[in-house]
Design a protein. Structure first.
Length: 547
């Protein structure tokens, strides 16, 4: 009788444990991973390409489940499909070795319930350089968990990367987190990526001056880095190449003997040690749950030297050091808060680095930037920071842009990396740009160049943006706001480009549904395509040539 009861109990427990998967009707499939398509890297989720229309929560939002109750409806109204959420080391391991994943479970549950995906941000040893999210049992035991020090020997609010206790504590915590995610999410892929740490960097000095760091600095440059330099000599980032060239490409010696005595060498040294620290974390985490992992960078303000900005993070000029030291990290990403988004995109969209922006300044013009990054850089995703900070999500610019981009998602994913898309940003400083796409020249102008708006006389113009996709010979989808486009042929035979038709419309369930035919006043009698300022839309244009 006892045996029968045990068997029944076992059966009941088994069915309960399987219930979420039975209900979902979902069998285990390959985990989220990266795949190459042409020149683009795509994120594959549920065995198909996935475009991240993301938003990152404010730092403290996810620490309170009651606060989050008001956040979920906002995210849906903003047309997100992915939310970037911190996981706080101090909250999941408040006592050493005792883990509490109740917040993580709740976040995964509500994300799944709202048909969204998560990218977890591991706020471990470092968050914006500082060690503010490490548990109190680490903060208060500086003998066991030592700090980094400045050049005067003063302790900083930064854990040193040169101590095994610091590394092992962080590693164990992240490993337990990844193991837990695998246990509850393996068959769902609600969690699609993990960011390791947040904006790693040394400040207010270029490197750590603790005793262990000073000893390491006087040692020879590790052969692992030297071998990378030798193998990639002709393709190194210019800044690193020039430092190495100054020693006539010396292949043995200390950091200063090979790269010279400067703050740049200090930063190079520190970047290597941050990279090998993160490599251990990523490698251990992937053993538990093998999904993409990345690191993000706080960028350099113009004119700043190492130590004045968070030095040694995964910045463009240090990209080779991070690649050599942290091969388990899938890609390096920029947090873009400066206005020159185009410059930073070009710096990170290179050297085979999958392109993703986990943080961007949340402002009125953010929606325009989304059109640009998907059109011009084959981005896997885009994510403004503090996404929930809006009083009117239905009218928020990023929500309007995401509405348009989500309609075009299947076309974007189909054409990424194949040279069939373009993205442009325009303002008062750059009123016009020309591109060639699909055999035609596009002369793209800011809407205010028409002079029809009273605001055209102002010294500053709002940012306008456009995403263009070439889907067939002479056929293009144009999406964005605040742009005017004229068309020319690229043939040297006196032929001209004509507009066969322009249709305003939208995609419903992946099918194009045309609205107004725009061949009259709206196209200036066939002279241009226009999406006015403050109007977010999609237009399909068919071009032809004549003589």
């Amino acid at each position: 009788m006892v045996i029968k009861m045990n068997k029944k109990l076992i059966l009941i427990v088994t069915l309960i444990s399987l219930f979420p998967f039975i209900v979902s009707g979902k069998s285990e499939s390959k985990l989220p991973h990266l795949r190459q398509q042409g020149t683009a890297s795509q994120l594959i989720v549920d065995n198909k390409p996935f475009l991240i229309l993301g938003g990152e929560l404010g730092n403290s939002s996810a620490s309170s489940l009651s606060y989050m109750k008001n956040v979920w409806p906002i995210l849906l109204k903003l047309n997100l499909n992915t939310v970037l959420i911190p996981v706080y080391w101090e909250l999941i391991e408040p006592v050493e070795g005792e883990f509490d994943f109740s917040i993580v479970d709740n976040l995964i549950y509500h994300t799944r319930k709202n048909n969204l995906r998560i990218i977890f941000l591991w706020f471990g040893s470092w968050k914006n350089s500082m060690s503010c999210y490490v548990p109190e049992w680490i903060k208060t035991n500086r003998e066991r968990f030592p700090r980094a020090r400045d050049d005067k020997g003063n302790a900083l609010e930064i854990l040193t990367a040169f101590n095994d206790n610091n590394l092992n504590a962080d590693l164990k915590a992240l490993q337990q987190l990844m193991k837990h995610i695998a246990t509850i999410d393996k068959n769902h892929s609600t969690v699609i990526m993990v960011q390791v740490e947040n904006e790693i960097g040394m400040i207010p000095v270029a490197r750590d001056y603790c005793n262990q760091a000073n000893i390491a600095f006087r040692k020879d440059v590790p052969m692992k880095l030297i071998d990378y330099l030798k193998e990639n000599k002709d393709n190194l980032m210019p800044e690193l190449h020039d430092l190495w060239a100054a020693s006539d490409y010396k292949k043995e010696g200390t950091w200063e003997e090979i790269f010279g005595k400067s703050k740049s060498t200090d930063e190079l040294f520190m970047a290597w040690h941050y990279a090998i620290f993160v490599e251990e974390l990523a490698k251990a985490g992937k053993k538990e749950h093998d999904i993409p992992m990345f690191v993000n960078a706080a960028l350099i303000r113009k004119g700043y030297e190492p130590g004045q900005y968070p030095s040694a993070g995964p910045l463009p000029h240090l990209m080779d050091v991070w690649r050599a030291g942290a091969p388990s990290v899938d890609f390096l990403s920029p947090d873009i808060y400066f206005p020159d988004i185009e410059e930073w995109c070009h710096k990170y969209d290179q050297k085979g680095n999958p392109f993703f922006i986990p943080e961007a300044r949340r402002e009125e013009e953010t929606g325009m930037k989304a059109f640009y990054v998907f059109g011009n850089h084959n981005a896997m995703g885009f994510s403004p920071f503090s996404i929930e900070s809006t009083d009117n999500p239905e009218e928020d610019p990023i929500g309007k842009s995401y509405n348009i981009i989500s309609q075009l998602e299947h076309l974007i994913l189909e054409n990424q990396g194949r040279g069939k898309m373009a993205g442009i940003l325009l303002d008062h400083n750059k009123k016009q740009e020309e591109i060639v796409l699909g055999g035609y020249k596009f002369i793209i102008k800011h809407d205010f160049t028409l002079g029809w708006s009273p605001e055209a006389k102002n010294d500053t113009w709002p940012l306008s943006g456009v995403l263009i996709i070439n889907t067939a010979p002479g056929e293009f989808y144009v999406a964005g706001s605040g742009i005017v486009i004229n068309f020319e042929t690229i043939k040297d035979d006196n032929s001209k480009a004509g507009i066969a038709r322009i249709d305003e419309g939208e995609f419903r369930d992946g099918q194009w549904v045309p609205g107004r035919r725009m061949n009259g006043d709206q196209s200036h009698q066939g002279r241009h395509l226009r999406i006015p300022e403050k109007v977010y839309g999609i237009q399909k244009v068919k071009l032809y040539t004549y003589q």
